[in-house]
Ligand binder design. Structure first.
Ligand SMILES: Cc1cc2nc3c(=O)[nH]c(=O)nc-3n(C[C@H](O)[C@H](O)[C@H](O)COP(=O)(O)OP(=O)(O)OC[C@H]3O[C@@H](n4cnc5c(N)ncnc54)[C@H](O)[C@@H]3O)c2cc1C
Length: 494
């Protein structure tokens, strides 16, 4: 009889672990607290409109990359996948002037130099380093501890220019980097997309992913992608149990014997793969004492290891946008949580018919929230929370209309959600939907997958490799199974 892998969480990491476990010849069962798969990679409907929670870009859509192979194996992407026709990363407007980061780097270079000739040298350097960053691909073949000399040599060849990016942009934050530009508009461009604490190379790699055609958005959006993975898992013989929150991992000395659900039921396992947020793993599923030192250090130092979330609103509007689908604009300062915010993005979703109804399209905003903001939301009573959320929604709507007066005629609020939504829905630490932010003050946190003191438990999920995201989640599921195979001295090529 095959050995059984029991997986906690049916997000992208859990589904991936399940699919790879089945491919490797194990039985696989997933226990998920919610009633649908996907975790953070989902969408939902309000007033007849679809709201997307996740994919702004999906790293690994370029065929021939290791990450594409993972997406293909788990059924997320295939030759038939259609992608949104989007030709830019985002645009930034400041003091009435706008520029766009096009997927075409030459076009961007020209446009930025026209807008800020005083920064020509820095702009050319930016474009040159984004070009190098196309080589900064996430290695999704196998966990790095299994790499041999050949793998390092091959990486050295394919990533020859990438070390230059790390050398130049690996030790400064986006905020520091922005000061190399004289133009206030270009300073905004650099700090608009990712929180300004991020290490600068993160922006270059993200932009390079788009510019290289390796970060497309699959049509049908996030939930459909998760459902395709769920289908694949079930087709291969996997069992997924919804509305089944896990309470504990059962231990017998150094062996995880299975899991206990919150309803008291126990499930036996040969291997346990926690694929949820790691906060419940170390503070609820396992007894005290298993949290690795470096993880504790990260939780204890939110300045070096911030966790980000968002205050988000979806609207339905009638009217055509011009320019980039994702546009950052100046707004009248607004206090959300503990932060006063003076920039905001508006993303239009009309590129996919799933977001269009009766000629109106969904647009969304997301205002970044940090650890302290989470604490603020958490401190409110239910009545205060509802009131503040409503008031802020109305304030944000005013700012959307100030930036896009043409929507005045027909704008409808569809939904508002906060960092607490992610905590409630996914048990996400501080409502965070990526792993710890990689800042120059901290180290990019990685967890090897094995927990000291437990022989048959292999961690998956985006928190295993900062800064997280979908590719990390999917690859981590595969890595967990490869680690199991390795422990049994079996072939890890699945
Ligand atoms: C607004 C937003 C935008 C994003 N944009 C992008 C993007 O453009 N590109 C990108 O790459 N990434 C993006 N992300 C991040 C991406 O969604 C996550 O990195 C990824 O989905 C994490 O997957 P995961 O499986 O590791 O974790 P999760 O999605 O958190 O899955 C964990 C699962 O475990 C379940 N669980 C938790 N506790 C228990 C329990 N006790 N018992 C049973 N089940 C439990 C949860 O319900 C959940 O389903 C975005 C996220 C958000 C929210």
């Amino acid at each position: 009889m095959s050995k059984k892998v029991v997986i906690i969480g049916g997000g992208i990491a859990g589904l991936s672990a399940g699919i790879y476990a089945l491919k490797a010849g194990y039985e696989a069962e997933i226990y998920e607290k919610n009633s649908i798969p996907g975790g953070e990679c989902i969408g939902w409907n309000r007033k007849g409109y679809h709201i997307d929670n996740c994919i702004h870009w999906l790293t690994g859509t370029k065929k021939g990359t290791e990450m594409y192979e993972v997406w293909e194996k788990v059924g997320a992407l295939s030759d038939d996948t259609e992608y949104a026709k989007i030709d830019s990363f985002y645009s930034s407007t400041h003091n009435g002037k706008s520029v766009t980061l096009w997927n075409d780097l030459k076009r961007t270079e020209k446009e930025l130099i026209e807008a800020a000739p005083e920064d020509e040298a820095e702009i050319r350097k930016f474009i040159e380093y984004v070009e190098y960053s196309k080589q900064g691909l996430f290695p999704a073949g196998k966990p790095m501890e299994m790499w041999g000399l050949k793998d390092y040599i091959s990486m050295g060849k394919t990533m020859a220019d990438f070390p230059k990016v790390i050398k130049e942009f690996g030790k400064i934050s986006l905020e520091e980097y922005s000061h190399r530009f004289k133009s206030p508009l270009l300073q905004k461009v650099i700090c608009d997309y990712l929180p300004k604490e991020y290490t600068a190379y993160s922006l270059l790699v993200s932009y390079a992913t788009m510019a290289d055609g390796n970060g497309n958005i699959p049509m049908g959006a996030s939930l459909q992608m998760s459902l395709r993975m769920e289908k694949k898992f079930k087709e291969l013989g996997g069992k997924i149990f919804y509305d089944s929150p896990v309470d504990k991992i059962e231990l017998d000395k150094k062996t995880a014997t299975g899991i206990r659900l919150e309803n008291g039921k126990t499930v036996k396992a040969d291997y346990v793969v926690p694929a949820s947020d790691i906060y419940p793993l170390f503070n609820k599923f396992l007894p005290e004492g298993y949290m690795p030192k470096e993880v504790k250090k990260a939780y204890d130092d939110p300045k070096a290891y911030p966790v980000i979330s968002g205050f988000q609103i979806a609207f339905a509007v009638r009217g055509e946008f011009s320019g980039s689908e994702t546009a950052f604009v100046d707004i009248d300062p607004i206090k959300i949580g503990t932060r006063t915010i003076d920039r905001m993005y508006v993303k239009q979703y009309g590129y996919d018919p799933i977001f269009v109804k009766d000629g109106k399209q969904v647009i969304q905003t997301c205002l970044t929230q940090y650890d302290a903001d989470f604490e603020y939301w958490k401190s409110l009573s239910k009545e205060e929370y509802d009131r503040v959320k409503k008031e802020l929604t109305s304030e944000v709507e005013k700012r959307v209309l100030a930036a896009y007066p043409k929507f005045e005629e027909e704008i409808e609020i569809l939904d508002t959600w906060t960092p607490l939504t992610y905590e409630r829905y996914c048990n996400a630490y501080h409502g965070g939907y990526m792993s710890f932010v990689t800042t120059p003050l901290g180290k990019a946190l990685t967890i090897k997958g094995k927990i000291k003191g437990i022989d048959n438990l292999y961690v998956a999920g985006q928190w295993t490799n900062a800064p997280g995201g979908l590719p990390v989640a999917a690859a981590s599921g595969k890595f967990a199974i490869q680690r199991i195979l390795k422990s049994e001295k079996k072939d890890i090529n699945i």
